[in-house]
Every structure is written in C-alpha cells, then in structure tokens.
Design a protein around this ligand. Structure first.
Ligand SMILES: Nc1ncnc2c1ncn2[C@@H]1O[C@H](COP(=O)(O)OP(=O)(O)O)[C@@H](O)[C@H]1O
Ligand SMILES: [Mg+2]
Length: 257
C-alpha cells in the first residue's frame, strides 16, 4: 500500500484536481486506489462524491474521532475503480475537539486510519490535504515516507514548498518525524506561455529533499470543467490534454515506486 499525501501550503495549486484525476489514472492502469478527503473544505467530495450516497453514512470526520470506523467509511466514488473516504465540513470541528481534549497523539490520527486500511489491499492511497500548516497537514506529513507536491513555478507556489519544508524540519526537531519524507514535486497548472517545466526542475534541484518529476500538467479547461460536471477528466474528456498528462503522471509515479 503506497500512501501519497498531496500537500502544498498554498490553495488553488491543483491538489484536489490531482487527487481525483491521478487517482482515476492509477485505477485505469489496473491499480487498486483509495482517495481520502482530508480537507474540511471537502472539495474532493464535491468533485467525485456520488450524490446517491446516504447522508448519514460515516465520513472522515467520524473516522477522525474514531479510527476503528475506518473501513466502514470506505465508499465508491463516481470514478470506476476509485474508492473514496468522503469528506465533511464537520472535520474542522472534529479537529478542534481533538485539540481541546488533549489527545495523546494528535499527529498520529491519519497514521492510525491508514493502519486500518492495510488489510483492504489497496495499491495506492492518495490523501487530499488542506491548505495551511495545521494539525491535519502535520498528520499527512507524518503518515508516509513520501509526499506529492503540486507546484506552480510562480513565486507563491515555490513559497508553498518552502513552508512545507520548514514544517517538516520542525517535525524532525520535535521528534515527531524520524526521517524526512521524500517530496515528489511536479508542475501543475502550467501556463503555456511560461517556461515553468524547466524552471521547476532548476528550482527544485536547489531544494534538498525534493525529487522533481518529469511530468507536467498544463492549465487545461477540461480539468476545470470536469470538476463542475462532477467527473474526473477521464470520464469528462478522455482525449483532452489534461487526461493525457494525468495518465503520464500516473505512469511516472507508478514506475518510480
Ligand atoms: N490543470 C488545471 N487546469 C485548469 N484548471 C485547473 C487545473 N487544476 C486545477 N484546476 C482548477 O483550479 C482550481 C483549484 O484547483 P484545486 O485542485 O481545487 O486546488 P487546491 O486543492 O490545491 O486548492 C479548481 O477550480 C480546479 O478546477
Ligand atoms: Mg483542495
């Protein structure tokens, strides 16, 4: 079971689009895939959640408070072969409850959830992390030996990576992390006119602990429109550039692992 938290401190860099579309691309390669909506904004659930799911079915907020309920919360998404632990805005309140309750290991909740998933035989578990550097992001950094970091090469996007690295450093200092996770960075939402692909590689090489991927995802309208249509880009526009590029990213990641 390969766990890939998708992290960047910045919002709007393509984390959720990557969870949905990379997840489906890996499933189309025959991998068994689960995606976890680990963000109280629950955008991933809006994107690929099924409308016919019972409203009282358990979500990540229930699992967060009681990891023993993890397998109960695994459901189907709209994408064939991609299972989803549904998100909920109640996750924000669950996170607050854990903090005020003086939980013994607030950073290890996702790790516990992942342990419960091991018997289910997934090849990949993708974790759609929130923006910022709060407890949920810390959980994601601690939960796996590697991370997937979508980056925009504009200054703000790289700043997101810098902040992530500082957070990792802090967790190592606090002994919350034994080893620094490997950061697989790739250029997401690249504009045609910029030379982002190349500059990303150059910039990432200057940052120790990062491992730049060759694959690039360009800004491509069908990726955005698929979101609105509640489909992945593969079901929405299979021959689009976005679908082709997410398939190539999946292939690279699959070979890398
Ligand atoms: N490659 C892309 N091309 C065009 N639009 C994209 C692309 N990736 C993401 N988007 C759109 O950009 C917005 C932010 O993406 P999202 O994945 O939600 O970012 P994050 O999860 O990092 O906040 C969404 O409206 C999404 O549809
Ligand atoms: Mg998101």
């Amino acid at each position: 079971m390969r766990v890939l938290p998708i992290c960047n401190r910045k919002g709007g860099v393509g984390k959720t689009a990557t969870a949905a579309n990379l997840g489906h691309a890996l499933a189309l390669r025959g991998r068994r895939v689960l995606v976890i909506d680990w963000d109280p904004q629950a955008n991933l659930t809006t994107h690929i959640g099924r409308d016919d799911r019972p409203e009282d079915a358990p979500t990540i907020a229930d699992v967060f408070l009681a990891p023993s309920r993890t397998t109960e919360a695994v459901s189907q998404s709209v994408a064939s072969g991609v299972d989803l632990i549904y998100g909920s805005t109640a996750l924000a309140e669950a996170e607050r409850q854990i903090l005020v309750a003086n939980h013994s290991a607030p950073g290890l909740i996702l790790t516990r959830i992942l342990k419960r998933l091991e018997p289910l035989g997934y090849d990949y578990v993708l974790v759609d992390s929130p923006n910022g550097d709060g407890q949920l992001v810390r959980n994601a950094l601690i939960a796996a030996p590697e991370l997937l970091v979508p980056l925009q090469t504009e200054y703000a996007g790289m700043e997101g990576l810098g902040i992530l690295r500082r957070l990792v450093h802090e967790l190592v200092e606090q002994d919350a992390l034994q080893e620094r996770p490997k950061m697989l960075v790739f250029a997401a939402m690249v504009d045609e006119r910029t030379r982002s692909g190349r500059s990303l590689k150059e910039l990432a090489l200057q940052i120790p602990g990062t491992s730049p991927l060759r694959s690039v995802v360009h800004r491509n309208a069908p990726i955005h429109d698929a979101y609105g249509a509640k489909q992945t880009v593969f079901d929405y526009a299979r021959s689009s550039r976005g679908a082709t590029e997410y398939a190539a990213l999946a292939e690279e990641i699959d070979h890398d692992g």
